[in-house]
Design a binder for this molecule. Structure first.
Ligand code: BTN
Length: 255
């Protein structure tokens, strides 16, 4: 259960929709946002998802041992800035876990939060287009593994982490309230915070200054920087620069 009033009381969220089970909080909120064009700052929370989605059309395992939520922000955003929203959300997740539970997490570019070298949390930011090259509204979706489930699917063995490995006092509402306030503070002053956000993100990003490979390519790349738009800058063995966009690539971390 979620105490909707407490969340609305302590954040700028104006509506909270809660489900024990849903297909995907992102899919639901995108549809909701299209029909309810007057609604701003809506939060959808679910205990489990039957069709949880990740980046690059991957599925996101969403049993009832996790926290899955999506937030709707209605303001014009240029398409180029979408990655920056994911970066901002990743920094806000890390800050919230540190502030509340003294927990240190790492980030795998672009949208994965890691604990104990395994994936704890995924972020999926989606924009719904209006005319021109601006989004009408965006939906920020976050899934966090709270408890280790009885059975971890074979394909996630060795790469799945949950908060209960380190803490046993996680409270969904408290996390949501702090995360939303941290994220909103950045979003309301994005210009001012941008440099700081990118630099914190780089400090936490464990693939920086490492060799990486891209899925379905045998090229070895050295990841050396992240630019102000959130692109990963890499160099190949001939020193040629490749600017990677998260919409196109999946990173395999080498060392
Ligand atoms: C990824 O791992 O590539 C991103 C995963 C994002 C999962 C969250 S859970 C809440 C929201 N609803 C979804 O279907 N996806 C996001």
């Amino acid at each position: 259960m979620i105490n909707k009033e407490r969340i609305m009381d302590k954040t700028h969220v104006s509506e909270v929709l809660y489900f024990t089970e849903i297909t995907s909080t992102n899919t639901y909120l995108k549809d909701y946002g299209k029909v309810n064009s007057d609604k701003k700052h809506v939060l959808v929370v679910a205990d489990s998802q039957t069709k949880g989605r990740g980046r690059l059309h991957k599925s996101f395992y969403s049993p009832d041992s996790g926290l899955y939520f999506s937030l709707l922000y209605r303001f014009p955003l240029s398409i180029q800035k979408l990655q920056l929203i994911t970066i901002t959300a990743a920094v806000a997740v890390a800050k919230t876990l540190k502030d509340l539970y003294r927990l240190d997490v790492k980030i795998k570019w672009l949208n994965d939060i890691y604990l104990n070298q395994r994936k704890l949390c995924g972020i999926l930011t989606e924009g719904v287009l209006s005319q021109g090259n601006h989004y009408d509204f965006i939906v920020l979706g976050i899934g966090i593994n709270v408890k280790t489930p009885q059975r971890i699917p074979e394909e996630l063995e060795g790469i799945f982490a949950a908060l209960d490995e380190e803490i046993n006092n996680f409270d969904k509402e408290t996390f949501l309230i702090h995360f939303i306030n941290n994220f909103d503070q950045y979003m309301n002053n994005l210009e001012r915070y941008q440099e700081n956000i990118i630099s914190t993100y780089k400090d936490l990003c464990f693939i920086l200054n490492k060799n990486i490979r891209i899925l379905n390519s045998d090229k070895l790349l050295f990841a050396y920087d992240i630019n102000s738009e959130g692109h990963l800058l890499t160099k190949d063995e001939d020193n040629k620069v490749h600017q990677l966009n998260s919409g196109e690539v999946s990173i395999i971390y080498e060392d």
